[in-house]
Design a protein around this ligand. Structure first.
Ligand code: NG1
Ligand code: MG
Length: 513
């Protein structure tokens, strides 16, 4: 399936967003003309996302259920075809925060990226790197054309709604189109964006890019990573009261570039080590299969190998939903015996079981993306991953075949989200007091389900709220959270803090008449 080409903003945005979006696109076109003295040739856009359920399990290759939001990253592009030394000129409507840059595209597109530096065009460069690798593979040799670009983003940066994926996916799409790839395969774009974004310093899973590329307006997205990246768009059922998702910013900045070695990248290492540890503890005969997870082996790989050896399941991707649930319950039961240490595992504990040296351990799992930890909480991380994978399956079944359509149905969806929050707070340790507070306030004011969304440790929260309770929930946050923690908050900032999120459309190219 190819990335669609829109011919009007109506193809992208819901009716109520059109007035604001039309103005914004007009500013983009005007700025382009102003800067480069010519009109843009084409446009690309990709949205941010909110994850509904399935937190911190994409990099263990378990299914997740996010949706795109209306906020997005947009890019106007003109190509400079026959430049001897092709250059990128890139500007942003918000030139104060994101100053214009100009740079040469090195031969073969192998552009250096300094991941330690906070630089907005790093995300563009990571897309460029990905595209050049793909086109080199396809064409044998690749030299990019020069490009003039103006962009604008409405996904708040560092706010847990994946502004990074919106920039990487838009950039990669625009660079592909500029270089003659007008038919861009969605999976190819997404796979490229997943790998590219890792060059910016976070060893991430693939949920954000999948949500940004594959989403359809009005639907949630079920993403699977095994046997390979795939997706299903799932429409939300009609309910009474109407089901809405509301996002609320904590305004606690979660800067992954600073915290990655003790937060995100550490969790990736812990989950990977849990997989190798369990394989050894169960004396599995086969090696864990190498897969598309950030460190090349995953809890999902352990899961499949375990059932292959213990129960002769030759292809676990064909297992029925009910049997897959049973498998997860069995693994959860085993964790108590096979990963007993509540206080965590030291490097030497792990090395003793695996029969390798600490140097080898560090080199294999912690060299490319360094982490800082004395203890690795393998038991807790594995427990979160297996239970969260179960919650995603249950949530999906409830969405696809709703047993009822009233309040109790909304509550059954919400209960799963609440359980996710408890798990994130207590055993995955990725919440923070402010996120917990937003969730508690929302539930007390009528939210059915409240939890952090995205990586956590700050950032954003998502709430399943019956439509008739949205105002009460907003009021509770305004009075008891925002005005309390940020007494000087402006009306504008307050309006940005809380958004009723409608499921938006995924990546698109645009040719405007
Ligand atoms: P955020 O920090 O919200 O972009 C991150 C990862 C996802 C996923 C979630 C947790 C990146 C680019 N994305 O999302 O892949 O693992 O955390 O579920 O790092
Ligand atoms: Mg991100």
């Amino acid at each position: 399936m190819d990335v669609p080409t829109a011919t009007s903003l109506r193809d992208i945005y819901p009716a109520d967003a059109l007035p604001v979006e039309t103005k914004r696109w007009e500013s983009l076109l005007a700025k382009f003309k102003d800067l480069y003295g010519k009109p843009a040739h084409f446009f690309a856009r990709s949205p941010g996302r909110v994850n509904i359920i399935g937190e911190h399990i994409d990099y263990s290759l378990y299914e997740v259920l996010p949706m795109a939001i209306t906020a997005d990253f947009i890019m106007a592009v003109a190509v400079r075809p026959s430049e001897e030394k092709p250059r990128i000129r890139i500007a942003n409507l918000n030139s104060e925060k994101f100053p214009a840059r100009e740079f040469e595209i090195p031969a073969e597109g192998d552009i250096p990226i300094n991941a330690t530096e906070h630089e907005w065009t790093n995300y563009f460069k990571s897309g460029l790197k990905g595209v050049s690798q793909l086109l080199q593979k396809k064409r044998g040799k690749f030299t990019s054309v020069g490009m003039d670009i103006v962009c604008d983003g409405t996904v708040p940066s560092g706010g847990g709604l994946s502004s990074s994926a919106s920039v990487v996916c838009t950039s990669a799409l625009a660079i592909l189109a500029a270089n003659g790839e007008e038919k861009v395969n969605k999976k190819e774009l997404c796979e490229l964006a997943i790998v590219s974004e890792r060059s910016v310093g976070v060893n991430s899973g693939g949920m954000d890019q999948a949500a940004s590329v594959f989403s359809l307006r009005g639907s949630a997205l079920y993403v699977s990573f095994k046997p390979s990246l795939d997706f299903t768009n799932i429409e939300f059922p009609q309910t009474d009261p109407e089901l809405t998702f509301v996002t609320a910013q904590s305004f606690v900045a979660a800067d992954k570039h600073v915290t990655a070695p003790v937060c995100y990248n550490l969790r990736v290492v812990e989950c990977t080590l849990a997989a190798v540890f369990l394989a050894k503890a169960f004396s599995l005969k086969k090696e864990l299969p190498s897969d598309s997870s950030p460190l090349g082996v995953s809890l999902r790989g352990f899961h499949d190998t375990y059932f292959e050896e213990k129960e002769n399941v030759s292809d676990n991707t064909k297992t029925s939903v009910a049997d897959f649930e049973t498998q997860l319950y069995k693994l959860i039961q085993h964790i108590g015996d096979y990963l007993p240490l509540e206080e965590g595992y030291s490097r030497s504990d792990i090395c003793a079981l695996l029969g390798i040296s600490e140097e080898a351990l560090n080199e294999r799992y912690m060299s490319k993306f360094p982490v800082r930890a004395d203890k690795f909480m393998l038991r807790q991380r594995a427990l979160h991953v297996f239970t969260e994978a179960l919650r995603v399956i249950k949530f999906r079944s409830l969405l696809s075949s709703p047993p009822s359509t009233g309040q109790e149905y909304l509550q059954s969806l919400g209960d799963l989200m609440n359980e996710t929050q408890t798990s994130c707070r207590e055993i995955y340790d990725c919440s923070c007091p402010e996120l917990d507070e937003l969730c508690d306030l929302a539930r007390a004011a009528g939210s059915c389900g409240s939890r952090l969304t995205g990586a956590g440790w700050g950032g954003c929260s998502v709430h399943l709220v019956p439509k008739d309770k949205v105002e009460a929930v907003k009021k509770a946050w305004e009075e008891k959270y925002y005005k309390k923690h940020f007494p000087d908050i402006t009306a504008e900032k307050l309006a940005q803090a809380v958004v009723v999120s409608k499921p938006g459309s995924g990546s698109m190219l645009l040719k405007l008449a």
